[in-house]
Design a protein around this ligand. Structure first.
Ligand SMILES: NC(=O)c1ccc[n+]([C@@H]2O[C@H](COP(=O)([O-])OP(=O)(O)OC[C@H]3O[C@@H](n4cnc5c(N)ncnc54)[C@H](OP(=O)(O)O)[C@@H]3O)[C@@H](O)[C@H]2O)c1
Length: 240
């Protein structure tokens, strides 16, 4: 039975990944900041014959990451999915273009966005690389954003979030090179599309089912040879 470890599994795309992999018979380790507050996920777990387990995992808290790595040290993880992410204080979904404008940047918030979106996936990969390396599929995926594409940025704004996703793209590119050579692991950045979640808001292009179904196809077809790209959920590639 293949295994997947997912961060940010309480809601949005992380929760949909849990739903789809569980429905396909995978063993799912679901990482959430608060097990108590993850009611929908708990409900899902009760219907999955013990194949979905919930684990306290705050990607800003490296001790919680190390603790989970130790707790499941005997497990092989076929696919690690870094879905946890934030746009920072405020709401892009509600504020639109007014969100993340030049002037009066909140740099404490910048730091938090980078701790979650950039350092989080890096720390997760370092903590779980041996679990992934001993699996049969050997894949590490980080959800990035088209807003991190320098080439696609024609409207400006959204400084902290754009910077964090461009940075994590660089992280995933290096990881793809290093981990393919060392362990045969395929690592990549993957853009989910603009999706109707709390983050994407109700006006987004697609629903979570469409996004995650597409991303799972990209993940299925990922190899060390085609990894380290800026993949999009529909199988196309974006410019860095
Ligand atoms: N939705 C889109 O249109 C879109 C577009 C491009 C990229 N993305 C990327 O896709 C990923 C998932 O987005 P989404 O739409 O599912 O967002 P979402 O609905 O806002 O959910 C965010 C998830 O991240 C978790 N999270 C936040 N901070 C965390 C931390 N410190 N430790 C662990 N978990 C944390 C949240 O947990 P809590 O419930 O505890 O807050 C929640 O599960 C993100 O990386 C995002 O940047 C999304």
């Amino acid at each position: 039975m293949p295994t997947v470890l997912i961060t940010g599994a309480s809601r949005g795309l992380g929760l949909e990944f849990v739903r789809q992999y569980a429905a396909d018979g995978w063993r799912v380790f679901a990482g959430v900041r608060s097990v108590q507050r993850a009611a929908e996920l708990q409900q899902l777990a009760t219907q999955a014959d013990g194949r979905v387990t919930l684990h306290a995992l705050d990607v800003e808290d490296h001790a919680s990451i190390d603790a989970l790595a130790r707790e499941i040290s005997a497990e092989a993880i076929d696919v690690l999915i870094n879905s946890a992410g934030t746009m920072g204080a405020g709401s892009f979904a509600l504020q639109g273009r007014a969100f993340g404008k030049f002037g009066n940047s909140d740099f404490a918030d910048w730091e938090r966005v980078h701790r979650i979106n950039v350092i989080g996936p890096m720390k997760m990969a370092e903590a779980f690389v041996s679990h992934v390396a001993r699996s049969s599929q050997k894949k590490i995926i980080t959800l990035t954003s088209i807003l991190g594409s320098v080439g696609k940025n024609s409207i400006g704004g959204l400084y902290a979030y754009r910077a964090s996703k461009a940075a994590v793209n660089a992280v995933m590119r290096s990881m793809a090179i290093d981990l393919a050579a060392a362990h045969g692991i395929a690592a990549t950045a993957l853009h989910p599309g603009w999706v109707r979640t709390d983050m994407g808001g109700p006006r987004a292009d697609i629903d979570a089912v469409t996004s995650v179904s597409g991303m799972r196809r990209v993940i299925d077809e990922l190899t060390p040879e085609n990894a380290g790209r800026f993949w999009m959920y529909d199988g196309s590639k974006l410019p860095w």
